[in-house]
Ligand binder design. Structure first.
Ligand code: PRX
Length: 647
C-alpha cells in the first residue's frame, strides 16, 4: 500500500487577493451593499432574482415555510425548458451558439438556441408519443453529448422529472436508481468514447432492466456504433424515431413547486437518496448564482467540465447557463487524450472565457507540469472556478498562475447536490479572496459554522457547517422518504439544515471547509457512501464484515480504503483483493473501487459493537492513533498495524 500523503496546505488567513480593477469596474456586481440588503430582507432579494425569469403567472407569496418543508414562489407558474430556450428565440439570441460540442475524436457540433429548441421540442413529442405524462420520471444514462442536454430539457418541457444517472455507474447502481424512480422510459447510448476506445453503455442498461419490470421503452442514441442488442418493440434508435417525429411542442405549464428532477446521491446508509428539486426555486437559484458568481457576459464562452450526471452538470452545464442564454461548451472525452494539453487546446480553439473545474483535476494538471498549458494561448480566459472539494492553496496558486496567468479571479464555490446552487463563493468583482477559502455566503444565503450545541463559533473557531434559513434551490425532500429528509438534514441542530461538512470560520468571517464529518467519502469531488461500498463488499461470498473509510489522497482528495474480515475457511490472497476491488467496481462503478483492501482478523469495535472508523482512518493515514480506551479488544489494533505495514 502507498503511504497516504496529505495534500499540502499553506493556509494563510491574512493573504487577500483583491479583484483587479480592470475586472471589477466591468463586473455585473460592483456594489458591496448587495450583501447587506439581502441580509436585511432575503425574501425580497430572492424575489428580485426570480423576476429575471419568465413566469406564465406570478406567485402569490415568495415563501411558505413550515420547517423543514419549504414552498418558494407559491402558485407561480413557469417552465424550465421555456426559460432555457423559448425566451431566447425572440431576439438575435436565437442564432447564438447555445452548445459548442467537442467530441473525444475531435468531431465538433454547434447548436444554436433555435437548433436546440427544434430538437428538444421534437424529442418532447417522442416522449409524449411514448405515453410519458407530467410527473412520470424518465431515467437518462448518457455520456457527455448534446443529446444529454436535449433529453433533459425535453423532459422539463413536458413536466416529466428526469433522473440522470452518471454514465460511469455500473448496471447494479443503475438498476437501483431505475427501480426507485419507477421509470418506464430510459434514454441511453450505444456507447461512449474514452481515450480513443468505444465503451459500451447500452449493455449496462440491458443488464439493469432485466430486473426492472417498470421499463417499457429504451431510446438509444447512436454514438460509437458498437454492436448493441436491440429488443424489438422495447428498444428504439433515437435518430430513427426523431426522423419520424415533428418538432414544435407546447410546453407544460408547471407550478413553481412541481418536481423538475431527482438526482441520486450517496448518503450514510447503503441506499442512495433521491434528492428532489422543484422548478421555480431551483431555476431562480441556479440562474442567479450563475450570473453573479461567474460574472456572465453575453459574449462569454463558458465551460464547466462536470459530467451531466452530477449536480454540477445539472446546475452549471444545463439549467443555470441556458436560462441565462449563455454559450456552453461540452466535451466528451478525457483531459489527457490524445495529449495532456487537451483542455488547453480546447480553450485556445474556442476562446473559452470562463472555466469551471474541480481541484482534483487541477492537482492532476500540476502533476503533469506547467509546460502543457504554457504551450497554448489561454488569453481568452477571464474567470476561473473550482468546485467539489476543498481546494488546497498550493493548487489554487498553480491554477491562478498557470491557467489564469495571474489575471483571472478564481471563484471557489461551495455547495452540494442538496443545495441545488452555489451557497458560499466570492462575488468576483467585490469580494477579496483567500486561497483555500470559499469566502462568504452569497447574498440571501445564511450559512454559518456552529459548535456541538448549534451556537455560532467565535471567529477563528471550527465546527459544523449549517444553513439557517431556507433558500430557493434547496432540496424539497428525499424521494419517497420525507422522514429521511428530516432525519438526515434537520435533526442534528434544531431549526437548521446540517450540511454534513466541518468548517472553520476565520476572524474576517471567511469559511474554510474541511470536508465531510459523516461517513461520506469525497473521491475526486464525487460522493461515495462508506455504507454503499461496505454493503457491496459483504455481498461477496468471501467477506464476513467490512468497514470502509476515506483516507487522504494526493490527487483524489480522498481514496476509498476498505478493511475486511473473511468468512471461515477463506484464505487472504492478492487475487482475492483484486477480485473484491473488481466486485465493488462492478456493483457500484469504477469511482468506488477501493484503492486498497486491508484484511483484518477482526475490526476494531467499541464495547457496544460500533466499528471505530476514526481509528481505521488513523491507521490508513499512518497517524499516531487517538484514544483506544473504548476498544473492546485493543490487540486488534496491533494486528492491523502489522498487516498494514506488510501490505
Ligand atoms: O464536502 C463538500 C464538498 O462536496 C460535498 C457535496 O458533494 P456533492 O453533493 O456531490 O456536490 C458536489 C458539487 C457541488 C460538500 O458537502 N464540496 C463541494 N464544493 C466544495 C466542497 N468542499 C470544499 N470546498 C468546495 N468548494
Amino acid at each position: 500500500m502507498n503511504n497516504a500523503k496529505t495534500i499540502s496546505h499553506y493556509e494563510d488567513e491574512e493573504q487577500l487577493f483583491f479583484p483587479d480593477s480592470s475586472f471589477s469596474t466591468r463586473a455585473n456586481i460592483q456594489n458591496t451593499q448587495i450583501y447587506d440588503s439581502a441580509w436585511v430582507d432575503y425574501k425580497n432579494y430572492w424575489m428580485g432574482e426570480a423576476q429575471k425569469l419568465h413566469w406564465f403567472k406570478p406567485w402569490d407569496k415568495v415563501l411558505e415555510w413550515h420547517s423543514p418543508f419549504a414552498q418558494w414562489f407559491v402558485n407561480g407558474k413557469l417552465n424550465a425548458c421555456y426559460n432555457c430556450l423559448d425566451r431566447h428565440l425572440e431576439g438575435w439570441r436565437r442564432n447564438k451558439a447555445a452548445i459548442i460540442f467537442e467530441g473525444e475524436l475531435g468531431d465538433r457540433q454547434v447548436w444554436t438556441y433555435q437548433d436546440l429548441h427544434r430538437e428538444v421540442t421534437r424529442f418532447a413529442n417522442v416522449l409524449r408519443g411514448m405515453g410519458v405524462n407530467k410527473g412520470d420520471t424518465v431515467t437518462i444514462y448518457l455520456p457527455m453529448i448534446p443529446e444529454a442536454v436535449i433529453t433533459m430539457l425535453a423532459c422539463a418541457r413536458i413536466g416529466a422529472p428526469h433522473s440522470v444517472v452518471f454514465g460511469g455507474f455500473s448496471a447494479g447502481a443503475l438498476r437501483d436508481r431505475i427501480s426507485d424512480a419507477e421509470s418506464r422510459v430510459i434514454i441511453t447510448a450505444d456507447g461512449c468514447w474514452r481515450r480513443g476506445k468505444a465503451i459500451p453503455l447500452k449493455s449496462n442498461v440491458d443488464e439493469a432492466i432485466s430486473q426492472c419490470p417498470t421499463v417499457e421503452k429504451v431510446v438509444v442514441v447512436q454514438r460509437t456504433r458498437v454492436e448493441v442488442k436491440m429488443e424489438p418493440v422495447r428498444d428504439v434508435w433515437y435518430h430513427e424515431i426523431m426522423r419520424k417525429t415533428p418538432a414544435g411542442c407546447q410546453c407544460e405549464i408547471m407550478d413553481a413547486e412541481d418536481v423538475l428532477f431527482i438526482l441520486y446521491t450517496s448518503g450514510t446508509t447503503g441506499k442512495p437518496k433521491g434528492i428532489v428539486h422543484t422548478t421555480g426555486g431551483y431555476l431562480t437559484g441556479v440562474a442567479s448564482t450563475h450570473r453573479n458568481v461567474f460574472d456572465l457576459k453575453e459574449d462569454d464562452v463558458y465551460w464547466c467540465t462536470a459530467d451531466i450526471g452530477w449536480i454540477t452538470g445539472h446546475s452549471y452545464v444545463v439549467y443555470g447557463p441556458l436560462a441565462n442564454g449563455a454559450t456552453i461548451l461540452i466535451f466528451e472525452g478525457a483531459p489527457d487524450y490524445p495529449g495532456k494539453d487537451r483542455f488547453w487546446e480546447i480553450i485556445e480553439k474556442y476562446r473559452v472565457s470562463i472555466f469551471y473545474t474541480a481541484p482534483t483535476a487541477i492537482r492532476m494538471f500540476m502533476k503533469w507540469g506547467e509546460s502543457w498549458p504554457q504551450g497554448r494561448d489561454l488569453s481568452s480566459l477571464r474567470l476561473l472556478g473550482s468546485v467539489g472539494e476543498p481546494i488546497n492553496p498550493e493548487a489554487w496558486h498553480w491554477y491562478h498562475k498557470n491557467i489564469g496567468r495571474g489575471r483571472c479571479p478564481v471563484v471557489d464555490t461551495w455547495w452540494q447536490t442538496e443545495t441545488g446552487s452555489i451557497m458560499v463563493a466570492p462575488l468576483p468583482g467585490i469580494t477579496p479572496v483567500k486561497p483555500g477559502s470559499c469566502t462568504k455566503p452569497l447574498p440571501g444565503v445564511f450559512v454559518d459554522v456552529v459548535d456541538e450545541n448549534g451556537k455560532p463559533v467565535v471567529p477563528g473557531g471550527s465546527g459544523y457547517l449549517v444553513i439557517k434559513r431556507p433558500w430557493p434551490s434547496m432540496l424539497r425532500t428525499v424521494y419517497k422518504d420525507p422522514q429521511r429528509y428530516i432525519d438526515t438534514y434537520w435533526s442534528r441542530f434544531a431549526g437548521m439544515y446540517f450540511t454534513g461538512d466541518g468548517a472553520k470560520k476565520d476572524k474576517h468571517g471567511y469559511i474554510w471547509v474541511r470536508g465531510r464529518v459523516d461517513d461520506i467519502i469525497n473521491v475526486s469531488g464525487h460522493r461515495i457512501g462508506s455504507a454503499e461500498v461496505e454493503s457491496a463488499l459483504v455481498e461477496h461470498p468471501a467477506v464476513a464484515e467490512a468497514a470502509v473509510i476515506g483516507r487522504s489522497h494526493e490527487l483524489k482528495g480522498q481514496a476509498v480504503t476498505a478493511f475486511v474480515t473473511l468468512r471461515e475457511g477463506v484464505i487472504w490472497a492478492t487475487e482475492l483483493e483484486d477480485d473484491l476491488k473488481n466486485h465493488v467496481a462492478k456493483r457500484i462503478g469504477g469511482l468506488a473501487r477501493p484503492e486498497e483492501i486491508i484484511y483484518a482478523g477482526e475490526l476494531p469495535k467499541t464495547r457496544s459493537g460500533k466499528i471505530m472508523r476514526r481509528l481505521l482512518r488513523d491507521i490508513a493515514e499512518g497517524r499516531v492513533m487517538g484514544d483506544i480506551s473504548t476498544l473492546a479488544d485493543p490487540s486488534v489494533i496491533s494486528q492491523l498495524l502489522e498487516r498494514k505495514i506488510a501490505i
